[in-house]
Design a protein around this ligand. Sequence first.
Ligand code: S3P
Length: 455
Amino acid sequence: MTHAAPHPATARLSHGLSGDVTVPGDKSISHRALMLSALAVGRSTVDGLLEGEDVLATAAAMRALGAGITREETAGPDDTPAIRWVIDGVGVGGLAEPADVLDMGNSGTAARLLMGLLATHPLVAVMTGDASLRKRPMARVATPLEKMGAKIVTRAGGRLPATVIGTRSPVPIRYRLPVPSAQVKSAILLAGLNTPGRTVVVEPEATRDHTERMLGAMGARITVETEADGARVITLDGQPELSARDMTVPGDPSSAAFPLVAGLITEGSAVTVRNVCLNPGRDGLIRTLVEMGADLTVTNPRDVGGEPVGDLVARSSALKAVTVPAERAPSMIDEFPVLAAAAATAHGTSRFEGLAELRVKESDRLQAVADGLARAGVTVRTGEDWLEVDGCGGPVPGGTDAVVTHLDHRIAMAFLVLGLAARNGMVVDDDRMIATSFPGFRALMTGLGCDITDL
Ligand code: S3P
């Protein structure tokens, strides 16, 4: 991180945001692009990779496991300089034992998916992370991976640091996810890559399917069937040969959410975000904002590297309250903090259900959102897995008492966005960790006309 000490930031009431921007590459797809191309046979290239700290942690780990990974400058459209990542894969089963501890920083996705990869290689690896990641539950992946034959020793409560003793003779499992988590699903599928036979994951609630799409595109035999009750059954034939590919990562919808909501909740604004991934497992926020009456349109729908992509335009809107049902939560799980900011400016009381997983993200996001909204002068009520927000029907009061971000990038960005529609602005206690997912956030937002500064 750039600054050793917390670095507060302030956002003030803004209007007339305008511009046409692209956001950095999708974080979920970027992690998977590095991990899977590291297991392919031959040389892959990745354009548009998110160069956030989370993904750089994955790149460093895959290098430590033997993959060749370099970052090169190439010529993009109109000869503008562009960055291309080049990955020389080691083949499925070819990972080498790392010589040092693997530090996954702030990233739950990096830690959990990597644990899956390590579990079915005959090696010993120690994994750790920052203060936020070391509080997050790992038993949800360790339990199924131990069923496949690995031994995983965690700190008390299933926390990192952990030692993974990968198995030489993995066994395939059929596993029904007890929590709706793409990370758990993906960890098992990645472990299944170096496992003979068929690994099956059953997910009662659909979660993002980037792993399945990318594995299929690289030549793995992977099928998805839907059962009568709507559960998805994902079957992977083990020990495939993955073919190297030239990949392009579309923009991250979870990052696009911040400039788009900023455009909706400030007066006289029109914000365009181009090249946004619109995977149906990720589009819950867009559906919800439209239900709230947002002037939000999708244009130019297309396919980029096997993912649906479009351009989005958000214009100032008088939002009304909404109820988000539990079954929609997985498709917008990272967007609740910024949705709460939108709901705080809407007319009426919004209610979000099915939020249990928010308690185990980079922070206890349910509590962090409730505390931050209270600092903004907004009335909220929470339960174990729900949140109600009494909207102010326009700008919220705001205030100078800093929101506590708990090393959580999305809490920092959501409350800076809310500050743009706060009569007295909003302060966040730290914005350093925004670099984990959205490098360039401040410059992009101020370029649109947002008043965001150091304290
Ligand atoms: C992710 C899945 C989600 C999400 C995270 C990224 C992924 O976590 O919150 O930011 O890339 O698979 P869960 O699958 O654990 O809900």
